[in-house]
Design a protein around this ligand. Structure first.
Ligand code: GDP
Ligand code: MN
Length: 389
């Protein structure tokens, strides 16, 4: 789960990480009021995407009147950045903050690295923070210093110093950075965050370290332990189909291809997507209906799947174990009838009650092709999708 910058900064403050003075607002009048209290302000679009600085989502206002004007333009508009996709994201809130004098922009982040066996938190720091960090990572990765931490032990000062000197700080700065990093580490572990990023972490002219930006992602599977964090979820920022699916308890992730797929079991779903690609197609989604799906759940999952307008053909791949093939067939037939489905459908069934399932599909009178092997199914669905375009 992602949260907004203003929410991340509140959490930073709870963990004693300094941020600029400011407040969140959802109307131009509120923005003006905050600006009257603070003076010169920076107005920042609150969307679940970065790259706002370059996309016009971070603007400085010298007076309350100017703040009002900028807020009026920004609120309700669609902001396009390199992270939003071409359709952009609607700005419903802005963060209004004091403008600080920046001496230098640094980068600081902690990510749970799943590529390592122990899934350890990795701390990263760089002297080259700011809006070009992606370029730094790609062109001069040696400018990003990394340290692995032990998730069950505590964070140690020498690790902090290694990062701090890697960020180009002097002795005094390193002391401050180590304290800040310790607090940030406690936040990650304490709240089950999967990633935190402060970019930029700035040094002010007075030598203070302040988090000018904040990004925090959380591990969805840890949310039940943190009702306070769960409350920060902003449904408007999430893919509407994924939201519907999560309410149904169906594991669905929207992708960009045109071959819809419905599978039981996450591993089989991944294998199915691979085979679609091998056959020259692109999957439109990942969808795992789970082991004990009812025909009603199958129908709902199906309706989510075909709400994606990119879908041109569908592959249903079920290995019937707990989930019996005849039940799946009934769910599919009901769904196709109720939803008035006109897309070509390829079904591959195996396992418990497979013959009953196939007979139901063949007798349904619907345009369903039953494939014998997964390989055949993938090839068929890809060619059907291609001919539909
Ligand atoms: P992002 O582009 O979405 O990551 O948004 P950021 O919050 O990182 O802001 C982008 C850039 O705007 C920063 O790297 C800063 O250079 C600039 N910026 C943001 N807040 C301030 C501020 O208070 N004072 C000054 N001078 N610049 C700021
Ligand atoms: Mn940033």
């Amino acid at each position: 789960m992602k949260i907004h910058e203003y929410q991340a900064k509140k959490l930073f403050n709870d963990f004693k990480i300094p941020t600029p003075k400011g407040d969140v607002a959802s109307t131009p009048d509120e923005v003006k009021k905050i600006a009257e209290d603070i003076g010169k302000v920076v107005i920042k679009a609150q969307i679940h995407a970065g790259g706002r600085g370059k996309g016009g989502g971070v603007k400085i206002a010298s007076s309350p009147g100017e703040a009002y004007k900028i807020a009026k333009e920004m609120l309700g508009s669609k902001l396009v950045t390199h992270q939003t996709g071409p359709e952009g994201k609607t700005v419903n809130k802005v963060l209004v903050e004091e403008v600080l004098d920046i001496e230098k922009e640094l980068y600081l982040g902690i990510v749970i690295d799943r590529s390592q066996k122990e899934e350890q938190p990795v701390i990263m720091g760089s002297s080259e923070g700011g809006v070009e960090i992606e370029k730094v990572a790609a062109q001069t990765p040696e400018k990003i210093v990394k340290v692995s931490a032990n998730p069950v032990g505590s964070f140690s000062a020498y690790q902090g110093r290694k990062i701090a000197y890697g960020m180009g700080l002097d002795k005094d700065g390193a002391k401050k950075a180590t304290r800040l990093l310790n607090n940030l580490y406690n936040l990650v572990i304490g709240k089950d965050a999967s990633l935190v990023e402060i970019n930029p972490l700035i040094i002010t002219k007075e030598g203070e370290l302040i988090a000018l930006d904040g990004k925090i992602n959380f591990d969805d599977d840890g949310l039940y332990r943190h009702p306070d964090i769960k409350e920060l979820r902003d449904l408007e920022e999430e893919e509407p189909l994924e939201r519907q699916a999560s309410d149904l308890g169906v594991n669905y992730i929207k992708l960009d291809g045109n071959v819809g797929c419905m599978v039981n079991g996450a591993g089989l779903a991944m294998a199915t997507m691979d085979l679609i690609q091998l056959a020259g197609g692109e999957p439109a989604n990942f969808l795992d209906v789970g082991g004990g799906a009812s025909s009603e759940k199958i129908e709902k999952a199906f309706s989510i799947l075909i709400s994606d307008k990119n879908v041109k053909a569908i592959l249903v791949n079920i290995f019937g174990g707990i989930l019996r093939c005849d039940r799946v067939a009934n769910g599919l037939i009901e769904a196709a009838k109720n939803l008035d489905m006109s897309l070509p459908l390829v079904v591959r069934l195996q396992g418990t009650n497979v013959e009953e399932g196939k007979a139901l599909l063949n007798d349904s009178g619907l345009k369903i092709e039953v494939a014998q092997s997964l390989d055949e199914a993938a090839k068929k669905v890809v060619s059907l999708a291609a001919s539909e375009v």
